[in-house]
Design a protein around this ligand. Structure first.
Ligand code: SF4
Length: 465
């Protein structure tokens, strides 16, 4: 198959400020770019279609590029249907989704945004175009509403990573927002820290006031932390096979049982087994379509919760304020990747997902362990440096192999990166800006088959059962 990767630059507003709420969203699995983003796009389109002068009488969704190649395994088709029916990832109860979908399929009818019933055939109205990439981005989708007079109303969206979407031709969000400590590079972030004497977490917290009060910002991160923690606990409580046909069994519960006699930390030899268990638990929940926090994506959702749980469980003096500082710092690092490169695996491979999550978690842990801004930047740089070139090749298009285990590696590597950085004084040869640029160039040079298409790597070398 000849793949035509995108050729036109998509303006994502690199200079615009980014809120922590763009880095962390509470959604559903298994994919932020292929499930959460398309559901948001479908929800948005449904509202717009209903607002047309003439009522819609039918609706179609065309999926392009990576969304078409791995969309079935990533539940893009069902996400689009649920979004058109008026569901958003934040509000949808993952346990209720199968019954909602069964109702739409059985009736052959979809109630657009919960307001207008339309005939709907999944086979005819959700169309996969695996050979066609839209010019602007590998994750493109177009919705078309047929209106009562026979004309059509269409919109194209791009799912640009981490659940974020752009509507073609629409103004970018947050363009006119002014923040107190603007930064577009780690060099600027460090310089602002030097000028103000503030930590990275304090600067991001102050910047959040452009969108919400400090109390609201802290409360939001407390909610994120609680959702991450609940996801770990729910993942550990589940057993059985993950959906999708690969026959992958959940392992978190069995590992927890093997470790149960020990409180985390009582046996130093088991520390990384606990960290791996926490990451596994989250990503098994994600693979099952459960409630997860995109951090910064769903495929990489286990890294930050596992490292945060490591801090909360095993670091003396850990506190709720420390957990907030962890998340503010992680968000700052994630913002740099969003501004200077991408967190979409369809553009960067897995270095843009698990690699970025590892970098965020490394810097965040260094911060709450007492690191200076420069040690935080060093930790984040180490976290990415040893993920450069990581490809995305999920078997069967499912976010299971290598994704679930890969998060355990990302979490363990992040902890190692943080402690390595803390052993230095913050001075180092490769800057975070340099490693982000290297990731971007590596992602651009990576062949399309290694970027969330399931056409290369493990996806073609392992026979599915
Ligand atoms: S291989 Fe990495 S980037 Fe690709 S789906 Fe899995 S976790 Fe996401």
């Amino acid at each position: 198959m000849q793949l035509q990767p995108p050729t036109a630059a998509l303006d994502r507003g690199a200079a615009r400020p980014i809120s922590v709420a763009e880095l962390f969203t509470i959604g559903i699995g298994p994919s932020s770019s292929h499930t959460v983003g398309p559901m948001r796009a479908a929800f948005d389109f449904a509202q717009r279609a209903l607002a047309q002068d003439l009522p819609p009488v039918g609706i179609t969704c065309d999926l392009y590029g990576s969304l078409a190649l791995t969309g079935r395994g990533h539940a893009t088709d069902t996400a689009v249907i649920l979004g058109l029916a008026g569901w958003e990832p934040e509000r949808l109860d993952p346990d209720a989704a199968p019954a909602i979908l069964a109702g739409i399929r059985d009736m052959g009818r979809l109630v657009l945004a919960g307001a207008r019933a339309l005939p709907f055939s999944e086979a005819a109205d959700v169309v996969f175009h695996p050979r066609d990439f839209l010019a602007e981005h590998p994750n493109g989708l177009t919705f078309t509403a047929r209106l009562a007079d026979g004309t059509g109303y269409a919109e194209t969206y791009f799912s640009i990573g981490g659940g974020a979407i752009l509507r073609k031709g629409a103004p970018l969000p947050s363009h006119n927002v002014a923040v107190r400590h603007p930064f577009s590079s780690s060099a600027e972030l460090l310089a602002r820290g030097d000028e103000t004497g503030l930590s990275i977490a304090d600067m991001v917290r102050a910047n959040e006031e452009a969108w919400r009060s400090p109390e609201e910002a802290d409360a939001f991160l407390d909610e994120v932390r609680a959702a991450m923690s609940a996801c770990i606990d729910r993942g550990i409580a589940q057993e059985g096979e993950l959906p999708g046909g690969l026959r992958v069994r959940r392992r978190a519960r069995a590992i927890e049982r093997a470790l149960t006699g020990c409180v985390p930390g009582s046996n130093p030899a088991e520390v990384f087994e606990w960290v791996s268990l926490w990451a596994l638990a989250v990503n098994e929940e994600n693979a099952a379509g459960g409630r997860v926090v995109t951090a910064p994506t769903n495929g990489a959702a286990g890294v930050l919760p596992a490292v945060l749980r490591f801090y909360e469980t095993l670091v003396e003096g850990a506190s709720a304020e420390g957990a907030r500082r962890f998340l503010y710092t992680a968000a700052a690092i994630g913002m740099l990747y969003k501004k200077r490169a991408s967190i979409s695996a369809a553009e960067m491979g897995c270095q843009g997902e698990v690699g970025v999550a590892c970098s965020m978690a490394a810097g965040a842990l260094a911060a709450v362990l007492g690191g200076s801004n420069r040690q935080v930047e060093n930790a984040a740089e180490i976290g990415m440096e040893h993920n450069l070139g990581l490809t995305c090749d999920p078997i069967g298009g499912l976010v299971q192999i290598p994704c679930i285990e890969r998060n355990t590696m990302g979490a363990v590597k992040a902890i190692n990166a943080a402690y390595l950085a803390l052993r230095g004084d913050g001075s180092h040869v490769v800057s975070l800006d340099a490693v982000i640029e290297t990731m971007r160039q590596t992602g651009e040079d990576m062949r399309t088959k290694y970027k969330e298409t399931s056409l290369g790597g493990l996806a073609v070398n392992v026979v599915e059962c």
